[in-house]
Design a protein around this ligand. Structure first.
Ligand code: ADE
Length: 235
């Protein structure tokens, strides 16, 4: 079994990388900026792929996530892709800072394409997630919520309208792009998300995100260790 994590920011992956002592496979994706780490856990291969950096900062967003996911799938040929990362959520849905959610669905919230149903459907995405997601959430006691993805950290009223109309709960910048690439390869995708900020708290999103990034990333480590143990034991 090969499990491949796709993670946007190094800070989100660091506690996890340190926990497993995964090793950098230098030059694995050259000349792409993505970085690949690998180890074995009880006979299963664990890969952690970071989007990499450009202009001195971690590459976040859909473009970098698509490139990393495509390169990872083609080179690693994983059995399961897992996107682990931070997200915004809504206090009005009962979310708290540091909560761990598994993604019950995934779509885009900022692709407004007028036209017929086919264009509208393509724009929103609504890709499949791994069929075992809900059973895993129940078994490990994690919340479930729909991931919605856009290219901005802030939330404009038109984004919020689409999120609310589609019952989105977790706002990120990569999930749907990763799921899009997985859908092309018919590969299962599991989302593990940790809440850094509440989109309806009234606080400045970047300040809230920065303040809670370390806590949310440590919670991701703890959640992912339990998830990997469970997945590997199920083999
Ligand atoms: N990642 C963490 N918080 C986020 C937010 N509010 N929107 C998009 N991506 C995020």
């Amino acid at each position: 079994m090969k499990i491949c994590y796709i993670v946007a920011m190094r800070a989100e992956a660091t506690p996890f990388i340190e926990h497993y002592g995964v090793e950098l496979l230098a030059g694995f994706f050259a000349p792409l900026p993505c970085q690949c780490y690998h180890t074995q856990v009880n006979g299963s291969d664990l890969y952690v792929v970071l989007n990499g950096e450009q202009h001195g900062s971690d590459l976040v967003g859909c473009e970098a996530a698509s490139v990393a996911t495509l390169a990872a799938i083609q080179k690693i040929q994983p059995d399961l892709v897992i996107n682990s990362g931070t997200c915004g959520a809504f206090r009005s849905n009962g979310a708290n800072i540091g909560d761990i959610y598994l993604g019950s669905g995934v779509m885009f919230h900022d692709r407004r394409v007028p036209g017929d149903d086919a264009w509208g459907t393509q724009a929103l995405g609504n890709y499949p997630v791994w069929e075992g997601t809900s059973a895993l959430a129940q078994k490990l006691g994690f919340k479930l919520g729909k991931v919605t993805t856009g290219s901005s950290l802030d939330m404009q009223p038109c984004d919020e309208q689409i999120i609310r109309e589609n019952h989105g709960e977790l706002k990120d910048m990569e999930g749907a792009a990763i799921a899009f690439v997985c859908s092309l390869f018919h590969l299962p995708i599991l989302f593990v998300k940790s809440v850094t900020d509440l989109c309806d708290s009234g606080a400045a999103t970047y300040d809230e995100f920065s303040k809670n990034l370390a806590l949310a990333s440590e919670n991701l480590r703890q959640a992912n260790v339990r998830i990997i143990d469970t997945l590997i034991r199920a083999l």
